[in-house]
Design a protein around this ligand. Structure first.
Ligand code: MN
Length: 263
């Protein structure tokens, strides 16, 4: 089954990730179906692009995230298919594979630009249109090396994610400009504060380096948020209010910018 590799890598008694169900029917041909991008802070920060196809989510890990500039090719590593239910997942993975924080960074629909997705994947050239909250317009995934293999477990996992030039392309750094969740409107610290900031007390997903520092900062923020919330004093109420209004004004800015890009 398509989800064998996904299931083999995870222990669902320890991970909050969905185990997934088989048997979902997905639309075929040039029909819109679900897509999402999950921002995943694990041993390294990356963005997981997931496209619904044949009942599962085809998945690519994009270390630098999508770029709206057609001149910028982003490396996209093909990884194991994920269950359809994964597409709404946001939360904290306490241990094991992918331990860290998952944020639902974008979601919407994707539409293949050719009728035969299987053929496009086998060829290593999948053109599609996205209609998400942050990502829109025409894109392509191109396999970098020759070789006709597509199935997971092969060695040709290296693809490039490239934006086509259209009304949605541009120089704006979308990962910087719109860094927050489309589900909770929060950042990593908010997601962690909803869960347990102490979850990696003994084995943090990244110790040293930039990622280790990022984890330290996010954990400290989450602890502070949680302490503020549980105190329930006037001061902490006021500060959490200002924090959430700051967040919604950021979300409004994103909407405005997305709308103004449409012209
Ligand atoms: Mn990931």
């Amino acid at each position: 089954m398509a989800l064998d590799e996904y299931k083999k890598k995870r222990d669902f008694t320890k991970s909050p990730e969905p185990a997934g169900k088989d048997g979902r029917k997905s639309p075929a041909g040039k029909t819109a179906r679900f897509f999402c991008v999950q921002k995943h802070l694990a041993s390294h920060l990356h963005y997981d692009l997931r496209l619904e196809h044949n009942g599962v989510l085809l998945s690519w890990a994009v270390p630098k995230g999508p770029a709206l500039d057609p001149a910028t090719n982003r490396l996209a590593m093909h990884v194991e298919d994920h269950p359809f239910e994964y597409g709404e997942f946001e939360g904290v993975i306490p241990e094991g594979y992918g331990a860290g924080i998952v944020m639902l960074w974008d979601r919407g629909t994707w539409t293949p630009e050719s009728d035969d997705v299987e053929a496009a994947l086998a060829k290593g050239d999948l053109k599609f249109t996205l209609d998400g909250y942050k990502l829109k317009g025409s894109w392509v995934l191109v396999r970098t090396k020759g070789g006709a293999k597509w199935s997971s477990g092969d060695s040709d996992r290296s693809w490039l994610l490239i934006k086509h030039r259209d009304q949605w392309s541009g120089e704006l750094d979308i990962t910087e400009f719109a860094p927050l969740s489309v589900k909770s409107e929060g950042d990593f610290a908010d997601i962690l504060a909803e869960d347990n900031p102490d979850v990696w007390r003994s084995n943090r997903p990244a110790q040293g380096g930039d990622t280790g520092k990022l984890f330290e900062r996010i954990i400290a923020q989450a602890v502070a948020m949680k302490t503020g919330r549980s105190e329930g004093s006037e001061g902490s109420k006021a500060s959490s209010r200002s924090e959430s209004s700051k967040r919604s004004s950021r979300a409004t800015t994103t909407k405005k910018a997305a709308a103004s890009k449409k012209r």
